[in-house]
Design a protein around this ligand. Structure first.
Ligand code: PLP
Length: 386
């Protein structure tokens, strides 16, 4: 089979077991067998986020943006003050959503490729009071990883609620929701969690639920209102039938399979595998003489790599990479869009995938007229992997 591997930062390659589940006949959303699967998926989502038993998972039909919208509409009341830790395109989307629901947004912005440290956040929180801090765990537009643990600790010192966009990080980057005290951690099915696009996933802390219960203004979105979804999620977990809006039945079944595969591997192993694969890709990219968007590898994501094009190469080279076996993504951050490309290596990604991608990049560079010795990137990656 000569299909090129899909190695963009989502959607990703899904396992055969997940894809087989997608093709099963669609059961009723109140079929006892489906209720069991949905209930188990909710429990497994809580486990994958290392959240406590009193944390509430939500599985909704929609993309990652819906998960962001859902967190914000339930937790922000008009006039609430939000500090948005801004590490790129998706942080700015979060800021737009907060504004849409009446929040008063202050951006704490990093230059593209830079991160925001807990010390910088502490300084901003000392200047003004905020109800909410939002953080993008991995900003997919820059490949920048934030220190969610440290940033959350700083926000807690100032009693602010913390929403983390983990769409390009969940089930890949280390994250311990209960231990770190993240109030809402959210993701989408098509990234590292390993299920085709179409589900927004959130886990809310008891503190987040208390803030939502104490609202005086109604929730701004009808569809996303936890008032409708909380009883549904509780019913599925109690293995009881219920209905508000029809769940994406086949996707939930596929998610249940993927979550089981992730938990069978074990979260600690999942975190370590992503670091290893990422180190291999980054070593290969470096061996090819390319620099990367993150200014320091200490704050580079382990779910994707963002190499800068070498001299004389541009986005047209991605077609040649594809012809050599891997589909990669172009740049996304508006300020540097034409300067870099993105290699996704999350979810079920394997050593073979990483070597395929690097081999395709080498071949693509040669086809684009940039001289590279065959095997240089592969050798560097193999040295990391072995
Ligand atoms: C992909 C992504 C989103 C948006 O998810 P969609 O499913 O495309 O709506 C949000 N935040 C981050 C960090 C992402 O990587």
């Amino acid at each position: 089979m000569s299909r090129p591997r899909l190695m963009i930062p989502g959607p990703i390659e899904f396992t055969d077991e997940v894809m087989a589940e997608m093709s099963k006949p669609t059961p009723s959303h109140v079929d006892p067998a489906f209720i069991e699967i949905f209930g188990q998926a909710l429990e497994d989502l809580r486990s994958a986020f290392l959240a406590g038993p009193d944390y509430q998972p939500f599985i909704l039909a929609g993309s990652g943006t819906l998960a962001m919208d859902c967190a914000v509409t339930n937790l922000v009341e008009p006039g609430d003050r939000a500090l948005v830790v801004d590490t790129g395109y998706f942080s700015q989307r979060m800021a737009d959503i907060v504004r849409r629901y009446g929040g008063d947004v202050t951006l704490l912005s990093a230059a593209p490729g830079e991160t925001i440290t807990p010390e910088q956040l502490r300084a901003a929180l000392a200047e003004n009071a905020y109800d909410l801090v939002t953080i993008t765990h991995v900003d997919t537009s820059t490949g920048v990883l934030t220190d969610v643990r440290g940033l959350t600790a700083a926000a807690k010192e100032h009693d602010a609620l913390v929403i983390v966009d983990g769409v390009c990080a969940a089930a890949a980057e280390e994250m311990r929701q209960a231990e770190w005290g993240v109030d809402v951690y959210l993701t989408a099915s098509q990234k590292a969690i390993g299920t085709p696009p179409g589900l927004g996933l959130l886990v809310a802390s008891p503190r987040a639920l208390a803030k939502w219960r104490g609202r005086s203004a109604p929730v701004g979105s009808y569809y996303s209102d936890w008032g409708y979804w909380l009883p549904i999620m509780q019913a599925y977990e109690a293995r009881k039938p219920s209905y508000f809006g029809t769940p994406a039945v086949n996707l939930v079944m596929a998610l249940a399979v993927s979550l089981r595969q992730i938990l069978d591997e074990g979260m600690e192993n999942v975190f370590v595998r992503h670091v290893l694969l990422s180190n291999a890709v980054k070593a290969g990219v470096e061996a090819l003489g390319m620099s990367q968007v993150p200014t320091d590898m200490a704050h580079a994501a382990h779910t994707l790599t963002c190499p800068r094009y070498p001299e004389g190469v541009d986005a047209s080279f991605l077609k040649m990479v594809r012809a050599n076996g891997a589909i990669l993504a172009g740049g996304l951050h508006p300020a540097i869009k034409g300067e870099y490309f993105r290699i996704g290596h999350m979810g079920a990604a394997s050593r073979a995938d990483v070597l395929t991608a690097l081999g395709a990049v080498e071949a693509g560079l040669r086809a684009a007229g940039y001289p590279v010795e065959p095997g240089v990137a592969l050798a560097a990656a193999q040295a990391v992997l072995s």
